[in-house]
Every structure is written in structure tokens, then in C-alpha cells.
Design a protein around this ligand. Structure first.
Ligand code: S3P
Length: 450
């Protein structure tokens, strides 16, 4: 796999509505969260892990490069098929150069937890988007490991980490609902003697807990309050290589299903989509809007629930999405906003403060995406209110994607279902999470310029 990640040049796109309804059945690339974790955790285990269905997007390739720089032997043996020869928990070595995590917050934050608990110094950087994102949220809890962090102002990358090979176990209550922060603390706990404890007032995606167990760690998860959890990890486990099957990414499937719901007469199936209940808030919300979404062939693959989802276009109405659901659909709000723009009546999405610190400020970027295309939208506190048109929206706007893959894909969905063409300033960043997106869209009849 090529590993020179020079960000490809700007790729602008003008998106027209397709001439005919969309139809077909397809598979989306592997889950991004699970792919990052599979490379990192396999590198920390003893033995050889075989991964199938790995997402070969830019973000995950950065993680592969970083784990190689730390000593793991990582090889691509075929499309989505990778093997990792792990180093064991205390086996990573000091990287010879700066670790460049590209556009990926997950890679940077999870790796911080690993690096904080290893006895060497490393430096991490990223692209302009990642260098603007807050790292203090992981530096604060990880400082208690005795690691020393030196960052730019406001806790921004580049970041130097002088790790501590004998960290104390941490006990931390998450101040923000973030699976990345939870994971960073748990990963630092792998090298600590004793029990690391994380309290999360609202449950966030639990791929770290599931995969650490899969590799042999003892992880306990107990309910806390209304919808929260306490996670405890027994330190210094013997992590042993185990094969991993990565399910299709529900956050990628979201774009395909959304466009199928919006283009009149369409019917599209996405096979093998991850259905972890902490990731499926979008599907719940779409069903509440009256969407014809049918899940079939439910099964468990590689320890994660998986199923096929068929979306059929039809009338939709507005929805009120509670703040407690946000962590289970945090990456899906831009595309849900596009769907809500077509629905009859008002939609309200509550508690979106975390959207401000994603690959872009997704709250303001989503508002701009809608407004540029003739949709009325408001932000009240941390809530977004979309005034749906009850039919095709005007379109005709120019969308600034701000180095944000999900903004770019949402804008394409918008253009495929709008009355006038939508111009997207740059689609290059789609490759971070969904390589082959345009080709796959065209396989169901989208007719996008290749
Ligand atoms: C992720 C967690 C979420 C999500 C991101 C992937 C993960 O971020 O937005 O795309 O893999 O843990 P936060 O932890 O910041 O909510």
C-alpha cells in the first residue's frame, strides 16, 4: 500500500440530480474506528494478527505508518487484508521521526494514550485540520500518568510526549462524551499496575472495550446512572494476537442510505453494516422520520453485530433528536441535516456542542451547507433546527468542505437530491474515510463525474 500521504490536489465537483432513481446493492469499506483500533491493539499484542476488511482510507494508513514507526511489522496481503506482527505491551520503541497523523483525531488521541505509557519521547503532528483540534482533552487526564506533554498553545499539535513506562492506574470521569478520550485513558492503563477506571455519564462507542477483551484483557463494564457506564481495565494484561473481521462502517453507509431515501423512486441495500447499538442512532432517528429502512440478515461477525440495510425513498417528516442520542450518531449530523432539509416540518437536533471540534466546526459548516442551498436553519444554544421543505430543496449553492470528508459527502448527497446543481469546493478529503465513494455512488446510478 502506498504510504506517501501527500494530500492529493483539490478536487472540486459539480453534482447534478441523477436522471433515474438509484438502485442496487453494495458494501461500504470497513469501519474506521475498528480499523484504527485493530492496528494499534494488534501492535501491542504478542503474535500475528490477521485483519480482514480493514478500511484502507488515509486516516487508517496513518495509523499503520505510526505503528510501524513504533516497531510493529505491518503488511498488506490483499485488499483489506493485513497482518500485524505485534511487539507485546512493553515492546514498542522510540520512533525515529515525527509521527504524522494526517487528518485523524482518532489516531492522534488514541496514540497519545499509548505513547504516554511508554518510556520514550515522541512527537506527533497532523494536517491543518488536525493541528486545529483540541488535544488538551487527552493531555489533561494523561498527565496523571507522569508523562510530560509539550504542545502548541491551547493544547494543539504538534505535540511532544515524554512517556512514563511505569504509570499509575488512572481513575477519570469524562467531562465530554468522547470515545477517543475514554480510549486514550484505557490504553494508558494497559501498562499500569492495577485497575484503570473510566466513568462516562453517557455511553460512547465501545469498540476499545470489546477489542481489548478480544485480545485477552479483563475489562468490566457496569451501568452508571441514566445511560452512563463505568469501565474498569485490569492493567498489564497479556494481550495475545487474535484475528479481526472489520464490519462495514455505519457512518459510511449513512451517505448511501440517505441518498436512497431522498432521490424519488430509489431503493438501495448496503450489506454487512456494523450495527453496534452505540453507533446506530442515525438509523433510529431516520425511522422516527418515517424512513423506510429495513434491516435484515442480522448476525455477529468478529464480535460485532452486523446486518444488511435496505433504504427505499419515501415521504419523511421532522424529528426531535435528544442530546442523549448524540454519541451514537455524532458523525452523522451533517447528512441527517440534509435529510431533514427534505422532510416535512421542523427537525431539532439537541446537544451538538461536540460537533464544533470535529474535522471542521461541523455545526457552522452544516449550517453553511444548508443555507447555501436554500434551506432555513438555526442554531439555538447547542441545538440545530432545520426547517424542512417537504420535498426537493432548491440547491444551486457552493459548499466549502473545510478539509472535512463528511461535509464533502453530505454536500454530494445534497446535490443528488436538489433541484439545481450543487458545487463542492473539494472532495479530496473523502479518501480519509471512504476511498471509492464516487465509484460506489455511480454503481447505484448517481452519475457523478468520475
Ligand atoms: C471516534 C469517536 C468519535 C467520532 C470519531 C471516531 C472513535 O469522536 O467522532 O469519528 O473512533 O473513537 P469523539 O471521541 O471525539 O466523540
Amino acid at each position: 500500500m502506498k504510504t506517501d500521504h501527500v494530500q492529493s490536489s483539490v478536487r472540486a465537483l459539480t453534482v447534478h440530480a441523477p436522471r433515474a432513481p438509484l438502485s442496487g446493492s453494495l458494501q461500504v469499506p470497513g469501519d474506521k474506528s475498528i480499523s484504527h483500533r485493530s492496528l494499534m491493539f494488534a501492535a501491542l499484542a504478542r503474535g500475528t494478527t490477521h485483519i480482514t476488511g480493514l478500511l484502507e482510507g488515509e486516516d487508517v494508513l496513518r495509523t499503520a505508518d505510526a505503528m510501524r514507526a513504533l516497531g510493529a511489522d505491518i503488511t498488506r496481503t490483499g485488499t483489506g487484508n493485513w497482518t500485524v506482527q505485534g511487539c507485546g505491551l512493553d515492546g514498542l520503541r522510540e520512533p525515529a521521526d515525527v509521527l504524522d497523523m494526517g487528518n485523524s483525531g482518532t489516531a492522534a488521541r488514541l496514540l497519545s494514550g499509548i505513547l504516554a505509557s511508554h518510556g520514550f519521547t515522541s512527537v506527533m503532528t497532523g494536517d491543518a485540520s488536525l493541528r486545529g483540534r483540541p488535544m488538551k482533552r487527552v493531555m489533561d487526564p494523561l498527565a496523571a500518568t507522569g508523562a510530560v506533554f509539550l504542545s502548541r498553545q491551547g493544547g494543539r499539535l504538534p505535540l511532544a510526549i515524554q512517556g512514563n513506562a511505569n504509570p499509575p492506574p488512572l481513575s477519570y470521569r469524562l467531562p465530554v462524551a468522547s470515545a477517543q478520550v475514554k480510549s486514550a485513558v484505557l490504553l494508558a492503563g494497559l501498562n499500569a499496575v492495577g485497575e484503570t477506571r473510566v466513568e462516562e455519564p453517557v455511553a460512547t462507542r465501545d469498540h476499545t472495550e470489546n477489542m481489548l477483551r478480544h485480545f485477552g484483557a479483563t475489562v468490566r463494564v457496569e451501568p452508571m446512572g441514566a445511560g452512563g457506564r463505568v469501565i474498569t481495565l485490569q492493567g498489564r494484561p497479556e494481550l495475545v494476537a487474535r484475528d479481526i473481521v472489520v464490519p462495514g462502517d455505519p457512518s459510511s453507509a449513512a451517505f448511501i442510505l440517505a441518498v436512497a431515501l431522498l432521490v424519488p423512486g430509489s431503493k438501495v441495500s448496503v450489506r454487512g453494516v456494523g450495527l453496534n447499538p452505540l453507533r446506530t442512532g442515525l438509523f433510529t432517528s431516520l425511522k422516527e422520520m418515517g424512513a423506510d429502512l429495513v434491516i435484515s440478515n442480522e448476525r455477529v461477525e468478529g464480535g460485532e453485530p452486523v446486518g444488511d440495510i435496505t433504504a427505499t425513498a419515501g415521504a419523511l417528516h421532522g424529528v426531535d433528536v435528544p442530546a442523549t442520542r448524540a454519541p451514537s450518531m455524532i458523525d452523522e449530523y451533517p447528512v441527517l441535516a440534509v435529510v431533514a432539509a427534505h422532510a416535512a416540518g421542523q427537525s431539532r437536533f439537541r446537544g451538538l456542542e461536540e460537533l464544533r471540534v470535529k474535522e471542521s466546526d461541523r455545526l457552522s459548516a452544516t449550517v453553511a451547507l444548508l443555507e447555501a442551498n436554500g434551506v432555513k436553519v438555526e442554531v439555538v444554544g447547542d441545538d440545530m433546527i432545520v426547517h424542512g421543505t417537504g420535498g426537493a430543496i432548491p440547491g444551486g449553492g457552493l459548499v466549502q468542505t473545510r478539509m472535512d470528508h463528511r461535509l464533502a459527502m453530505s454536500a454530494i448527497v445534497m446535490g443528488l437530491a436538489a433541484r439545481k446543481p450543487v458545487c463542492v469546493d473539494d472532495t479530496a478529503f473523502i479518501d480519509t474515510s471512504f476511498p471509492g465513494f464516487i465509484t460506489l455512488m455511480n454503481s447505484i446510478g448517481a452519475g457523478l463525474p468520475a
